[in-house]
Write a protein that binds this ligand. Structure first.
Ligand SMILES: Cc1ncc(C[n+]2csc(CCOP(=O)(O)OP(=O)(O)O)c2C)c(N)n1
Ligand SMILES: [Mg+2]
Length: 301
């Protein structure tokens, strides 16, 4: 029997806390990107609910002992979305919240793309798209072989599925029935300079993964309850690796950024001006997110 550490069920109270937390995390992301003056907005905003669910409910981890051997591993393959991970980690207590304002500065631990030499708790260095899939499959392989109880999660973007290495890693994961591996795809339909369907169509994505012998679950990536359920369901699959295709809205929470690929790599204050002038982008974004609620303060301010 495989080693399973059940993810707890989600109570109504906890769900509300997570939803509120996710929006606080969005606000901190906007402040952080504005101060940095460079970085990505669309992907990170779209992943706020998933990172909140992972760090505050799904993962077995201990921010005070980041290298605890029995922790679940969370890898990020699409390294450019790392700002949202930094904010979630600061909220969880990995480092003080004020450090978020050092994003992309020389010598900062918070590089524009994740660097484990600067912060080992990130688990992997990434930025060149495609690298997280083989890294995560390798880790899951070791854990399975050595009968270790931790689970490996890896977040991938849809644009990076165009990298052939992803499918080599998928064959490897299926060959060894890595049921202790869950890939989470940020299916937001955009990439750096267009829509995925125009640059390189990915559909039928579910069938592609199924034909590679993955078990596929599709969720609304902004429905935290549905996402947590999918992670719990993934634990019940013992003979295949699992992929959760999370349908997300790029820029989620900020009307003038939503669905627009031009916000892929722009921070507030430096983005396209067709809807909101640059000098109003930060405050307009914060105002919109505020209407979604969110008052929880970071635990390490
Ligand atoms: C191997 C490699 N090729 C190209 C790039 C440049 N690049 C950075 S992000 C990106 C778009 C990828 O699409 P996606 O991750 O889906 O974008 P998002 O949804 O976050 O806007 C590209 C092509 C890269 N980082 N690595
Ligand atoms: Mg994308």
């Amino acid at each position: 029997m495989p080693h399973i550490r059940p993810i707890p069920t989600l109570t109504e109270k906890k769900l509300l806390e997570l939803e509120t937390r996710a929006n606080q995390i969005r606000k901190d992301l906007i402040e952080m990107l504005t101060v940095a003056g460079s970085g990505h907005s669309a992907g990170p905003l779209g992943l706020a609910d998933i990172f909140t669910a992972l760090y505050f409910h799904v993962l077995r981890h201990d921010p005070k002992k980041p290298m605890w051997e029995m922790r679940d591993r969370l890898l990020l393959s699409c390294g450019h979305v790392v700002p949202i991970r930094y904010v979630a980690m600061a909220h969880a207590g990995y480092f003080p919240k004020h450090e978020l304002m050092t994003l992309r500065k020389l010598g900062s631990r918070l590089q524009g793309h994740p660097e484990i030499s600067h912060m080992p708790a990130l688990e992997n260095t990434s930025g060149p798209l495609g690298d997280g899939s083989p890294q995560s499959a390798g880790l899951a392989y070791i854990a399975k072989k050595e009968e270790l109880p931790w689970h490996t999660y890896c977040i991938l973007s849809d644009g990076e599925l165009e990298a052939g290495i992803t499918w080599e890693a998928a064959m490897f994961a299926a060959k060894y029935d890595l049921h202790n591996l869950t890939w989470i795809i940020d299916r937001n339909n955009i990439q750096i300079d267009g829509y995925t369907k125009d640059v390189m169509p990915l559909e039928p994505l579910r069938q592609k993964f199924e034909s590679f012998n993955f078990h596929v679950i599709e969720v609304d990536g902004h429905n935290i309850a549905e996402f947590v359920d999918a992670c719990r369901y993934a634990q019940s699959i013992w003979e295949h690796p699992v992929v959760i295709i999370a349908h997300t809205i790029p820029g989620k929470g900020v009307d003038f950024m939503e669905f627009d690929y031009k916000w892929h790599g722009a921070p507030p204050g430096k983005g396209p001006e067709d809807k909101v002038a640059r000098n109003k982008q930060r405050e307009t974004a914060l105002k919109q997110i505020r209407t979604l609620g969110g008052t929880i303060q970071s635990e390490c301010e």
